[in-house]
Design a protein around this ligand. Structure first.
Ligand code: Z15
Length: 760
């Protein structure tokens, strides 16, 4: 490790004591990249390609040190020079290549695939400005470009380049790679991100950029699909998707040939998991490449593709199920449109008059999921309830035709990032109790239950939570200028802002609590409610929900009767880094989506693992969490997913029925009260008020009264810390199932069939 001192002298002509945090970060970046180059890559015959439009990877410094098994060694060396990794971490920029759960899942999966010794790479795009950075100004969200590529990064530029044939002309690609280091494996995989050399960052100088399809080379990978509510945005998305999958298909074919495939046996060399429908064009693209460049007949190409591609569905929300006008696809790539038409004719012949399974519908719209299900060999949902809804209703017509293609793979999270890196104190406490077997593979934490009556252990558990709350308070003070009480109840809802996730329901609870405190019912322990999450710039109601919460926050702050007992904060620019501060500090995890709408959720798992108790509807993976911890250790409420699906089917939800209830009307009306209008923007508050009162499409009011009662009970229960901690222990003990190592072992067993090297 004296190499570090030598590197500092070489690169910066200074000692480790004297270099800046930034310089020290760059030094560690070089050191790790160098070590990583020395790791073996997996050479087993069959290889997985996980193709995804998003990878929400988070910072990599600490995780890479952990996975290389040199974290303690490096930290010791730094301490000897008066430095520490916590400071250096601050210098790293978080890559901004994902929106939310879908992209984070992909990143947890890459960590697990490498850590289990499987041969599998991620393939995606290198967005120059990724997702926007969120600021609050005037109680509103503002969005600015995130220049995450400024400075040195984990990307390695390669010599690999392909040509992507758009209708407007060919475009050359460049491949960048980020090493994905397996946990103490001595092996690495790669995240492979395609880009263009010609992208022109100056284009963002003018603020909101209009996509110019005559200028693909200059703007194709500027942003992670931004505004897709207008035609230009949608076209950009088709261009990006085709660019991604054409590169992916060319890379996969090249690598299979290199490993000895004759391409008719491609399924022995490659399996392609497509993350949602975004990479579905890889199906016609593979057919195009095999027929045009490799002498396959159309039927031969289709037969090969059908053995190689597997599809994961992540949502039943119709606005997220991709459908493109055939004419738009034609405008981007006519040959792909042709192939889709041919596939469509084939399906129409095979399943005449079965409109539910059509690829192209009566209005010439292409249904991407339909292509993926017919021409992939596997379709899976991401939690048991979600997979059941797919088979029994959303995708029933397909499941009736291909029952053997459908399966469930309940999501998981990587324990290396979400406890070992984010909550090292808790990780060490667990190690002391049950050893470190759980770090990798099947992570059984259930033996922790034996500590229930161990006073010393339970005290340490409480102390660790308090230390994490102190750490969060310090972080929010220094980097966000937010002051919170570290000894308050920390109640957290962090996720994308969407009506179905019902941040507006928690806002209505806050109004209830505000009234209640003004009426003299003061909570014993002060309550801090923390929100985090970005709203799509074009999603008006989501913007209004942010505005409501920020306005409420301001109102409470200036009310001396309430402020000592209740604080509401919206943490700006929620991302993986913020999650790593917030989750270990949380007492309460809010998972309150309208039942049936959240396919799985993965934040729910992260909170549970870090010792928060969950208040939730029986939606997504909450169902499986509740089943494991038992009803005494979780707070569930609300209508069931069956009831909600029925209400939608019969158009039977009438918001007025709920609005007019005496417990609800004053809460909703308060949104447009003089107090609120004084602090906020009347037109925006009124728009949200009218929407909730008259539409409430995601039924925020339907579960509201039950939610209010249960939250108050939960805050009450917190006062009995001994009983509370018993529940916390059960939650941590039952979290093992939600390791993404378990999920990945299931994918491999049922879908991928990769060789796994023997555990040492
Ligand atoms: C996204 O983050 C998810 C689904 C989508 O269709 C898109 Cl476009 C983005 C999320 C689900 O909402 C969430 O419930 C799930 O846990 C996550 O994907 C990973 O499966």
């Amino acid at each position: 490790m004296n190499t570090m001192a030598a590197m500092a002298r070489n690169q910066f002509h200074k000692s480790i004591e004297d270099i800046s945090d930034q310089e020290l970060y760059y030094l560690l970046l070089d050191l790790i990249k160098d070590k990583s180059k020395g790791l073996a890559t997996n050479h087993s015959k069959k290889k997985l390609y996980y193709v995804s439009a998003e990878f929400l990877i988070g910072k990599l410094l600490v995780n890479n040190l952990l996975n290389l098994g040199i974290y303690d060694q490096v930290e010791e060396e730094l301490q000897a020079h008066g430095r520490s990794l916590t400071e250096v971490e601050e210098a790293e920029k978080e890559p901004s290549l994902g929106n939310g759960g879908l992209g984070r899942l992909a990143s947890c999966f890459l960590d697990s695939i490498a850590s289990l010794g499987m041969n599998g790479d991620g393939i995606g795009l290198n967005y120059h400005f990724g997702l926007f950075r969120q600021f609050f100004d005037n109680n509103q969200q503002t969005a600015k470009p995130d220049d995450w590529l400024g400075g040195r990064t984990w990307l390695n530029r390669t010599e690999t380049t392909f040509t992507v044939p758009f209708k407007n002309g060919p475009v050359a690609s460049t491949l960048y790679e980020i090493d994905i280091i397996g946990f103490k494996k001595g092996e690495r995989n790669r995240l492979r991100l395609f880009d263009l050399d010609t992208v022109n960052s100056d284009l963002i100088q003018w603020g909101t950029i209009q996509f110019d399809k005559k200028n693909i080379p200059e703007n194709l990978t500027l942003f992670l699909y931004p505004d897709d509510s207008d035609h230009a945005g949608r076209m950009l998305r088709i261009y990006q998707q085709y660019f991604m999958v054409s590169n992916a298909a060319q890379l996969i074919i090249r690598e299979a040939l290199e490993r000895g495939s004759n391409l008719h046996d491609l399924a022995d060399y490659a399996v392609i998991q497509i993350n949602d429908t975004h990479p579905t064009f890889i199906i016609p693209e593979l057919i195009r490449l095999l027929t045009e460049d490799h002498d396959f007949t159309f039927e031969e190409a289709v037969a090969v593709v059908r053995q190689v591609v597997a599809f994961t569905n992540h949502t039943i929300l119709s606005e997220a199920l991709e459908k493109w006008p055939l004419a738009d696809i034609e405008a981007v790539q006519p040959e792909i449109a042709n192939i889709i038409c041919r596939l469509d004719r084939q399906i129409k012949e095979e399943f005449p008059d079965n409109h539910a399974v059509e690829i192209i519908d009566g209005s010439n719209t292409v249904h991407m999921a339909s292509i993926a299900i017919h021409f992939g060999f596997s379709t899976n949902g991401v939690a048991r309830l979600h997979s059941e809804i797919l088979v029994n209703s959303e995708l029933k017509a397909f499941a009736d035709i291909y029952p053997e293609k459908f399966s469930n793979k309940t999501n998981g999270i990587t324990f290396r990032r979400w406890i070992m890196a984010a909550n090292p104190r808790l990780a060490h406490l667990i190690d002391q109790s049950i050893g470190d077997q759980w770090h990798q593979g099947i992570s059984d934490l259930s033996d922790l239950r034996k500590e229930k009556n161990n006073k010393d252990f339970m005290n340490q558990l409480a102390q660790i939570k308090q230390a994490n709350k102190d750490r969060l308070a310090e972080h929010l003070r220094v980097s966000k200028r937010i002051e919170i009480k570290p000894d308050s109840i920390i109640d957290v809802q962090i996720k994308r802002i969407h009506e179905y996730k019902r941040q507006q329901m928690l806002a209505l609870y806050i109004i209830y609590k505000y009234f209640d405190i003004k009426n003299g019912n003061r909570p014993q322990t002060p309550i801090t409610i923390l929100f985090g999450g970005k709203a799509a710039p074009a999603y008006t109601i989501a913007q209004d929900i942010i505005h409501l919460i920020l306005t409420l926050s301001a109102l409470i702050k200036e009310d001396p009767e309430v402020a000592p007992y209740l604080q509401v904060e919206f943490v700006p620019n929620y991302n993986v880094t913020e999650a790593e501060y917030l989750i270990p500090a949380a007492d309460i995890s809010e998972q309150i989506s309208l039942a049936s709408k959240e396919a799985s959720g993965t934040g729910n798992m992260k909170f549970m693992l870090n010792g928060a108790l969950t208040i939730c509807t029986l939606d997504g993976a909450n169902v499986e969490i509740a089943e494991r911890v038992g009803k005494d250790n979780i707070y569930t409420f609300g209508k069931s997913s069956d009831e909600i699906i029925d209400l939608y089917a019969n158009n039977a939800y009438n918001p007025q029925d709920y609005y007019n209830r005496p417990a609800i009307k004053p809460l909703v009306d308060f949104i447009v009260s003089p107090e609120m209008i004084r602090l906020g923007h009347e037109s925006q508050l009124r728009r949200l008020y009218e929407d909730i009162k008259n539409k409430d499409y995601f039924m925020a009011m339907i579960d509201l009264e039950e939610y209010i009662a249960l939250k108050d009970k939960m805050y009450q229960d917190y006062e009995d810390q001994e009983a509370w901690l018993d529940k916390v222990l059960v939650n941590i003990s039952e979290a093992g199932y939600f390791s993404s190592d378990r999920t990945i072992l299931e994918y491999n067993e049922d879908i991928w069939h990769l060789e796994v090297d023997d555990p040492e």
